[in-house]
Structures are given as C-alpha cells and as structure tokens.
Design a protein around this ligand. Sequence first.
Ligand SMILES: *Cc1c(COP(=O)(O)O)cnc(C)c1O
Length: 428
Amino acid sequence: MSGQNFGIGTKCVQAGYTPGNGEPRQIPIVQSTTFKYDTSEDMGKLFDLEASGYFYTRLQNPTNDYVAAKIAALEGGCAAMLTSSGQAANFFALFNICECGSHIVSSSSIYGGTFNLISVTMKKMGIDVTFVSPDCTEEELNAAFRDNTRAVFGETIANPALTVLDIEKFARAAHDHGVPLIVDNTFPTPVHCRPIEWGADIVTHSTTKYMDGHGTAVGGAIVDSGHFDWMAHADKFPGLTTPDDSYHGITYAEKFGQEGAFITKCTAQLMRDFGCIQSPQHAFYLNLGLESLHVRMRRHAENGQAVAEFLAGRPDVAAVHFSGLPGDPYHELAKKYLPEGGCGVVSFELAGGRKAAEAFMKKLKLAAIETHVADARSCCLNPATSTHRQMTDEQLAAAGIPAGLIRMSCGLEDAADLIADLKQALEG
Ligand SMILES: *Cc1c(COP(=O)(O)O)cnc(C)c1O
C-alpha cells in the first residue's frame, strides 16, 4: 500500500498492514504485554531510541501500530498513534507542546469533555485558554493570541453544536503566530474531510464514534501532518527542540526530524508517563470499523440529510441544525469543507418545548435513548430531560440548549423507517 496514491475507500480497507508471504490476511492481535530479546544490548538499543522495535505494550504494540498507520494514511499524515480514548488523544496532543505557563486559543464550540479538559483540568496545570467563537472575524481571532500561546484548537464539525470550523481561517491565524492548529476531526472522519489538506498540523479523533461505528470500543487517535517546522519556532517548543533529560538527552526534532518528532515524543514521554494505551483487542475492533468507514459514512450522511429535510418541513419543529440544509448558517462552509456530506448527527427544536420533547422521546420506537452518537443504530437525546436535567428552562435557553432540543444520531437503517418513526413520535 505504501507510497501509492490510492482512493480513500481503498485506504479504509487495506492501508496500514500488508501481510508477507504466508502471513495472516487480517491484522494479528498481538495479545502480549512484552517482547523477548536475545541480549540486553538488543533491548538497550530500543530504550535508547537507537533502534525501532517493541519491548512493552504501554509504549507500542504491533496491532496498534497497524491501525494507527491506517488512520495516518486516511488523514494524509506522516505518523499516528492510538490512545485509550478521545479524551486522552486531545489531552496528549495539547500537552505534548504545552506546559505550565502556556496558553491555548480554542474554538468555544467544542465537545463538553474537551471544554472541561481545557478550561478546568489543564488550567490546574497552569495552562491558560482563550475561547473564541468559531464564527469570529480574523481580527478577533488574532487578538486572542499571546506571547505564550502554543496551540490553536477546534472541531471540524462540533459535537454537539454542529458548527463547521473554517479550518483555513484558523490555520492562517495559528501559523501567523508560529503555532500549530490541532483539529478534532471525529464527526466527519477523513472520509468526509481531511483537515491537513486545509492547513491543520495535528488531527485528533475519538475513534469511539464513527471510526469504530458499532458502539464496541472506546478509543482515540492522534495524527501528525509532519508539516509544522518545530525548529523554526524552537523557543516556543523546548520539549521538541531541546534535549530530553528523561531520554538520554535526545532532541526529538533533531533526531526524528519534522515528520517524526511529535508522535515519537508523545509516545516516548506521554504514553510512558501517563499510559493511556488502547488495548490491541480494541485496536482490532477499530480496524474492523475502519474497513467499512467509507461505505458507512456515506449512508450516515444521507440518512442525516433525509431526516433533516423531513424535520425542516414540519410545523411542530421550530428549528433544524444540519449544515447540509441550504438555510443552515454553516451551509457555505459545509459546501467548501464537506462537499460529500458531513455526518449523521442532526439537532432540532420542538415547537412545544419541554413537554413536547418528553412526549416525543417516550414515543420513539426505532431510535434509542442514549448519550452516544455515531453508531450504526440511530439514537436520540433530549438534554433538558437527561444530561442537563438539573438546569431550569431559563438556564437551558441561556446556554443555547432550549428545553425542546433533540439531538439525533442517524444510524445506518433505512431512511424511510427513521422518518416514519419520527413522524409517529411527533404526531403522538
Ligand atoms: C466523544 C468525543 C470526544 C471524547 O472521546 P471519548 O472517546 O469519549 O473519550 C472528543 N471529541 C469529540 C468531538 C467527541 O465527539
């Protein structure tokens, strides 16, 4: 597979692992914590990062590396690693280049878990953040930077707000200030958007969502484009550009170059010290999901579009948020960044508010009530009566989550059946 310019579907099926003569056709699950060597010298070279190879699964495992290589190929990156969750992926991607005293510029429209990670937990580590609206002007965006800014962060399609990030605008601002843009590409997946092609430097994923796609395994991934020149901004990124005392004085950007530095440091340092590994068994499940990702994403987006169009024509639905709809505020950005569709998540507001939402949720037959999204099976969530039930209608409205808001993740069922289910629930 390597070196050839195959289409995204071929990469989904075959990238990352090419068996030799007589070797297993499917990727082997290397269910071993440790690896055996003939001499201490052989193993010593691995510990010195003088040779590449495996010695302990907390740092690297062949199964995980096959799957990470596939995700790198899909995103058009040069290197990748798997993590135990999407949360770990975003934390590692940021903490690999930030330290106490650093500052992050982030889109305010991001996943709640990532918002807490950055605004509460990383703040306790002495890392500051300025949140900006994804719709801000270039002037507003540039004004958010400080001397100690080390990264810019955003989500291609934000969960749950479904805003679409103007990746080029954010990349330009990041690069003008000598820092990388990190994009969480969980919702569109590389099948529908490849942020690196628009200037992103690092891409992260919660593989728990569409990449796995079957609700089987929590996981994450980090992909490096290899495009960011750490040495050109050496003073900002000492972790990559000065010797690492915990690794025999290795300077990552010198020893592994622009394409190897980020992921090598992230593995050798952060995975060594924090240990958020994905198990090889989970990586195997993830790969099964990836093999059909291109087929499934098309169907998820088609079902999302059909459901959004149906809802937009209903008098009992006050608003529909889906960037594939011509009237949506993000439709123009979606045409540019998501020309073949985004994902299957649609949110909509029932005109009848909380009471209507309660009745609607009770009547659903096909779509299950879950906090999960991006699964083969459709599911719905009414934040006001579940995840956000401690908030009053007034507080919900102020937070931009009206009591009648429903988030639906359209699965892979027949669109006609999903629409029939919505119709009977609306008419109850
Ligand atoms: C779910 C999600 C995460 C967190 O991922 P986990 O795998 O649940 O840890 C991060 N970013 C986005 C956009 C998500 O949807």
